[in-house]
Design a protein around this ligand. Structure first.
Ligand SMILES: Cc1ncc(COP(=O)(O)O)c(C=O)c1O
Length: 375
């Protein structure tokens, strides 16, 4: 294939690469003449043991085999929710926190997940075990539940039961140099983060249209991020990351409480799992943390200031300027730099995840232990 457009060529190559390694867990109710044929394949799909009153089948497929129905309300209306999860050093990083948020999002959408957390964990581990072993070192899982197949029309009453899928694949993290040099962010001025009454940011729904428009407005030509503002014009979050600002006040080196970290209150942003981990790590250093900032100004400049964003894909990524205005001295600050390292160390700590090879007893034990982030 000879593609001359550079952007298109890169997108094509990336997709081809995912196609080689990815494995997809797929689960759907069976409706004659409607459920995609891949689930008929006796070798790859089996009957799921659920009590929905309709037969359900599930299986693990390659990317080109797995298919969704065009009548799935995820495709028709974005009616579903998801999690993005990191595989790191043979373990599913912060799985407990992700599965908890996944069930909560689904509950807020009134979507019933037909598996228990334990069943879902077992199925996810089987999917990860089927993936190319190289991805056990560093990989990514996209877990999605949708309203499922239904007649045309948005009414959920027309749907027959959730579609679930989990794609285990690779992830393109930001290059190492970005963590050393920091990145520049744009600002979406017109497209705002709506308040919780319009699109509750704490339902991690598949409706990302507003964020896509925010990114196109704030950072269209780059592979960077854009800050989205609240309706009143203060920082809410970035399009797929949370934002933190750091203020190093006088004598901070001898008194760590003089370091003040701020991040917008949960009403304005997704309560990111990396955000929660970051807050924990900042507090462990004795820094003052305000994770309930009501009016975080877009003006992040100042001599002793730092800024970074957090997310499952990004980890902690230093931000050195916003729409060209330099933060601090234009380089990642000392607090941010040490946080980047601490997050990396936490990802390699087996206490913060579930092994891909965990057996049933280990899964039970893991899921019933208190969360290291939320207690
Ligand atoms: C809008 C938004 N904010 C924040 C985040 C970061 O959340 P997490 O740290 O859980 O990945 C995400 C991640 O997808 C996101 O989509």
């Amino acid at each position: 294939m000879n593609i001359s457009d550079e952007r298109l060529r890169k997108a094509y190559e990336a997709l081809k690469e995912v196609g080689i390694h990815a494995r997809v867990f797929l689960s759907m109710p069976v409706v004659e003449n409607a459920t995609p044929a891949c689930l008929d394949d006796q070798k790859q799909a089996e009957r799921a043991n659920t009590d929905e009153g309709l037969e359900r089948r599930h299986g693990i497929f390659s990317l080109k085999e797995a298919s969704l129905s065009v009548l799935d309300h995820l495709a028709l209306y974005g009616d579903g929710c998801f999690e993005g999860i990191l595989i790191k050093n043979n373990q599913i990083f912060l799985w407990q926190e992700h599965i908890e948020r996944f069930f909560k999002s689904a509950e807020m959408l009134h979507i019933s997940i037909p598996y228990s957390p334990k069943q879902l964990t077992e199925l996810l581990l089987r999917t990860c075990q089927a993936v190319d072993p190289s991805l056990r070192e560093q990989g990514y899982i996209r877990l999605v539940v949708s309203r499922g197949m239904g007649d045309l029309g948005i009414n959920p009453a027309k749907c027959i039961g959730a579609t679930l899928f989990a794609l285990a694949s690779s992830i393109n993290l930001y290059p190492r140099s970005y963590y050393e040099q920091g990145i520049s962010l744009g600002v979406s001025r017109n497209i705002r983060r709506p308040n919780a009454q319009i699109l509750n940011p704490n339902i991690k729904s598949n409706n990302y249209i507003n964020n896509v428009l925010g990114l196109l407005e704030g950072a269209a030509e780059t592979d960077m991020e854009s800050i989205m503002l609240t309706e009143r014009g203060f920082i809410a979050e970035a399009t797929v990351d949370n934002i933190f600002s750091i203020e190093r006040n006088k004598d901070w080196e001898s008194d760590t409480s003089k370091v003040v970290a701020r991040t917008p209150r949960a009403q304005y942003c997704l309560i990111g799992i990396t955000r929660a981990l970051t807050i924990k790590l900042l507090k462990e250093e004795g820094y003052t943390v305000d994770d309930d900032a009501d009016m975080m100004p877009i003006d992040l400049m100042g001599e002793n200031r730092e800024c970074f964003m957090t997310g499952t894909g990004a980890g902690v990524l230093p931000v050195i300027s916003v729409i060209g205005k330099v933060i601090g001295d234009g380089r990642p600050g000392p607090i941010t730099k040490s946080l980047v390292e601490k997050i990396q160390a936490t990802m390699n700590n087996p206490a913060f995840g579930l092994s891909i090879d965990a057996d049933a007893a280990e899964i039970d034990n893991y899921l019933s232990s208190p969360s290291l982030l939320y207690g």
